[in-house]
Design a protein around this ligand. Sequence first.
Ligand SMILES: Cc1cc2nc3c(=O)[nH]c(=O)nc-3n(C[C@H](O)[C@H](O)[C@H](O)COP(=O)(O)OP(=O)(O)OC[C@H]3O[C@@H](n4cnc5c(N)ncnc54)[C@H](O)[C@@H]3O)c2cc1C
Length: 392
Amino acid sequence: MGSDLPRKEASHLIANMSDSPNGPSKEKPYHSTLLVNRLMTEGSDKETRHFELCLKDSGIDYLPGDSLGVHPLNCPEAVSDLLGATGYSGSEEIDLGEETLCLQDALSRHLACTVLSRMQVKKFNEIAQVPKLEDLLKSENKEALADFLWGRELIDLFLEFPQQGLEAADFADLLRPLAPRLYSIASSLSAHPNEVHLTVAIVRYESHGRKRQGVCSSFLANRVEDSVPCYMHANKNFKLPEDPDTPIIMVGPGTGIAPFRAFIEERIATGATGKNWLFFGDRTQAHDYLYGEEWEGYRKDGILSELDLAWSRDQDEKVYVQHKMLERGAELWSWLQEGAVFYVCGDAFRMAKDVDQALREIASREGNLDEEEATKWVRSLQREKRYLKDVY
Ligand SMILES: Cc1cc2nc3c(=O)[nH]c(=O)nc-3n(C[C@H](O)[C@H](O)[C@H](O)COP(=O)(O)OP(=O)(O)OC[C@H]3O[C@@H](n4cnc5c(N)ncnc54)[C@H](O)[C@@H]3O)c2cc1C
């Protein structure tokens, strides 16, 4: 993973993660049919979709806790806007090592043409020699550069600092390969043979006067024509306990809910008797309760022993999953004393840290531990593989 990437940009990059040893791989993906593309958040200002993909004859096998890698195509408008801003026709020939193809195709299928990294600004400025960029690239201006990069894409460089006479090959050298994105699998194969389900937040935003969209999430939402090239990405560090009697506590706000849908489906399919406790949260109960009917059904049937919901915008003060954990601190502590495994999935930058802090607070309060002892206790949970994270 490039050390030049700003923190906010690096989350989707998946270098160094191993693929399945058998069957389709990152290099040779399976071309899956998209069976279902359903908006789950009608009326919300967030767009989260449920996808179902067919795995028939793919040889792909997965377990709850694994992820699916998806190879997207770039958005045609993003490609044509970039060609417009750079002044290329798109028919210029580009050598990508293994094949030579026209710039338009290379931008559509092989090159990351939206994200912007420090390295790209540096390479761009070796050609453009813009004093403002020179200044931002100085090591003492890291924060200013991160602010500059946030919400900007490659096209913004060419719009703000137009370049004439740059060879198409030199332009293509500024671009990195288009990387696949990972999605936590939201289904159990036992419950849905030959299928894999995903829960995806569609990235759409406006910045510096332009409408933008995330490459892969918008590909899944709007641009799948023939198939979705995908592969399984195993995660052996985020698995259900081997002993089916072990209680589990799952904290998965937003799209962090995905693997827990798979966990519960699997526990039902395998007849696991351990207790299940889910903490879910999002903006509003009316519009953002992902898989709400399923959770309510599981609660009614006793499959979920406990269900705690945190809605950040349903009242004046913001309520998040960590607040619900603290409210239920005594019971949570008691489950953990019984040997429960604690899982967290979703946002790495804020939520996972807040949940970690809440766990420490619960340990201090309920276990009468001082700060250092509480930290040690949380570490021991991690060592025993009873505190597992799938955060991004
Ligand atoms: C192990 C793992 C599991 C994951 N599971 C899931 C999952 O289950 N569901 C899910 O939805 N995602 C999941 N993700 C995240 C997913 O891989 C992608 O990162 C996500 O879908 C965005 O990809 P994209 O191609 O749509 O957006 P990209 O084209 O990669 O664009 C995202 C970038 O846009 C910029 N950006 C976004 N919003 C704004 C804004 N408001 N203002 C300015 N700039 C902005 C940021 O630079 C951000 O990094 C997971 C990631 C990992 C590593």
